[in-house]
Write a protein that binds this ligand. Sequence first.
Ligand code: HEM
Ligand SMILES: [Cu+2]
Length: 558
Amino acid sequence: MAESSAAVRGGAGVEYPTDNYLTHTQGLRSWLFTLDHKRIGVMYLVSVLASFFLGGVLALLIRTELLTPRQTIMGADTYNIIFTLHGAIMIFLFIIPGTPGSLGNFVLPMMLGAKDVAFPRLNLASYYMWVIGAIFALVAIVMGGVDTGWTFYTPYSTTTNTAVIPVVLGIFIIGFSSIFTGINFIVTIHKLRAPGMGWFQMPLMLWGLYATSIIQVLATPVLGITLLLLIAERVLQVGIFSPAYGGDPVLFQHFFWFYSHPAVYIMILPAMGIISEVIPVFSHKHIFGYKAIAYSSIAIAVISFLVWGHHMFVSGMSNMASAIFSALTFAVAIPSAVKVFNWVATMYKGSISLATPMCYALGFLFLFAIGGLTGLFLGSLAVDVHLTDTYFIVAHFHYVMFGGAVMALMAGIHYWWPKITGRMYNERLGQIACLLIFIGFNATFFPQFVAGSQGMPRRYFNYPERFTDYNVFSTIGSYLLGLGFLLVAAYLIHSLFRGRPAPANPWGGATLEWSTPSPPPPENFEEEPVLGDHYDPYDYRGLVYDPRIGGYVQQHPH
Ligand code: HEM
Ligand SMILES: [Cu+2]
């Protein structure tokens, strides 16, 4: 990145801080054995984005195969392996560790006014659990991949001769990276808040991460045990899930979804946290309904454990059980709706600046709303019987996971990029790429709602002729989407080497990470932050824009 010796003069009055966390110690070892949450966050970011890239390439292969109703570029067996790997990589290597491990790790201690997380060694261990898990996944790919779908349903996953065991072991190990991160964040938030920062003075990003950590710690062990039982059944033929050995395949679904539904909130709660930071800053207005958003995060975490049955309405469950799970599914939409309402209320009468982070936040709002509302369709029993296992489902979860979690992650990457790298990126290209991604995304996934509602099943490499137009449109959309991300990669990599040095507070944020230089010093703050009684992370009064540095300065001390 930057020359370590001399300060780099960039934006008129901005000096690039020579001694920062990136340059403080040099060499590969200083990264591989770092205990600095910022460096661990950066390693997570690079790793999960590499997984996103791999998952994205597989996605384009899927879409290319679906360009024609018959065989296009691969056979049925290969197709099964490709969509399984696409789903498993995107879920377990990218989106679940994505925001908590990368941006969460980078900003959490700084937002609290702390030097680091409570357990730095456990933090580093959590990263290496991810690395070891990823290696297992790569071994499985080399061994020919796995063809069960990302849900590993039995009895097929008990019998298929593809590489189920290395993949499942990899996911089991990655689970510990989630659990370790969760433990670290919970203890850090309880114990390391700066003097004067009460619970209701914490940035809402941290309420999102706190709720996520609760789910990570409580739910992940259930997935771990389920996967170990699957391995035991494959290796020892003990009858747990497979009827061939006296097991019950529906039991596997209950165990799997008891984790995997709360897991979708491990994906979306940190994303919602990012949106609660970005929208007020770029609306130049205090967040609306702070407490309601904080409580909604916790409510989502709690209710998320009570709805897993909505994935099993056609698995032969009793009508009573289905009715209860359907009602609870409607209930979990309420706290999400509260947040969406409060974000829109925050923008109301705000002076909105459409910088790239805000563009992604607005994209999130639109796409997440579609994802959430179509979730209500699927929560109602009669409709779900019609739509389950069709492309309506595929569209729905891409609108929530991609339209929601990925768009928010992109907002967060652009929002904190100046703090992480000490460099600004090209705003114009940022806005263009965001628009390209938004158009490409809707072109890819909206036609799938229509094709699915007309009966097009998921997980087939060919389809009846009458769905051709929808699929051609969807595939072209996915290429646009790919192009948008290539443009993002291009200008961000350019920014690393040629970007204008960033001021401490380029956007006018009032959370503590913006009161330290960009990039921050190794210990986060030059002086330990001391907060007044009335510290408010969304109080922008006193922040004035200084064109000489291209950023904001505090006019009056907190
Ligand atoms: C980059 C753009 C993406 C495209 C074009 C894409 C496309 C697709 C398509 C067409 C399928 C359905 C395959 C089938 O049922 O036959 C699929 C499945 C899936 N996708 Fe994506 N996807 C993308 C990104 C993502 C992201 C970001 C995530 C998660 C964070 C994701 C998670 C999944 C999952 C879990 C499945 C289900 C796989 C299975 O049935 O086992 N995808 N994707
Ligand atoms: Cu669910």
